[in-house]
Design a protein around this ligand. Structure first.
Ligand code: SF4
Ligand code: FES
Length: 232
């Protein structure tokens, strides 16, 4: 198929404003958008900058705004995007160059929710056991690959970048509902802070944006409920 790829370009060292680069080339309908970006970089304009690694929807590197919606370039087939595709960096993050955004701020929020198992009780002789039913409670939120698509699709985050954001809440959920974890209260305190979970206005953009199919809004709702029914 003959396709046109419109890419939002910006090099802060050279450009006063972002601009649109337009690239036309022949591609297979079953190519992924990442293949098309690679084609532009490898054959048409080597200065194009974007982040990618696994090319299989696992590492979360290549989230971007594709035809106005957040997605992973390596997971989307050209035939499902049309012959004229627009690609922009995710909104709400500083653009380092072209499609490459600064995610340090995003990972600060992730680190703030203590994304690791906290235990204070003595170590058992063997492992910390967990029933299949208890494991199921946080199964959905273990799927997060920290791509940032949910947080940068969230109007509450656009309005207030200090809001911890859906991705950090999803990862807090993953530990709050883990029966082996003993850090639930510390994490709930973080979720209950001014920039915590109550900033969510249940807009659902995050659910649509998540390339892993995580029900982000449900996870946020469960964290809110845990706070509401928290024992004093
Ligand atoms: S919840 Fe989904 S959209 Fe958000 S960071 Fe994780 S994988 Fe990406
Ligand atoms: S390159 Fe790893 S998720 Fe797309």
């Amino acid at each position: 198929m003959q396709m046109t790829l419109k890419i939002r370009r910006f090099n802060p060292e050279k450009d006063a404003e972002p601009w649109w680069g337009e690239y036309q080339f022949e591609a297979e309908p079953t190519d992924r958008l990442l293949d098309a970006l690679n084609h532009v970089k490898w054959y048409l304009d080597g200065t194009l900058t974007y982040r990618r690694s696994c090319a299989h929807g696992v590492c979360g590197s290549d989230a971007m705004l594709i035809n106005g919606r957040n997605g992973l370039a390596c997971k989307l087939l050209l035939k499902n995007l049309g012959s004229r595709i627009t690609v922009e960096p995710m909104r709400g993050f500083r653009v380092i160059k072209d499609l490459l955004v600064d995610m340090e701020f995003f990972f600060d929020k992730y680190r703030a929710i203590k994304p690791y198992l906290i235990t204070n009780s003595p170590e058992p002789d063997q492992e910390r056991l967990q029933s299949p039913e208890d494991r199921e409670k946080f199964d959905d939120t273990t799927k997060c690959i920290l791509c940032g698509a949910c947080t940068t699709a969230c109007p509450s985050f656009w309005a207030n970048p200090d809001y911890v954001g859906p991705a950090a809440i999803v990862n807090a959920h993953r530990f709050i509902f883990d029966s082996r974890d003993e850090g639930k209260e510390e994490r709930l305190d973080i979720m209950n802070s001014t920039e915590g979970v109550w900033r969510c206005r249940t807009i659902f953009n995050c659910v649509e944006a998540c390339p892993r199919g995580i029900n982000v809004t449900r996870a946020i709702g469960e964290v809110k409920k845990a706070l509401l029914f928290r024992k004093a």
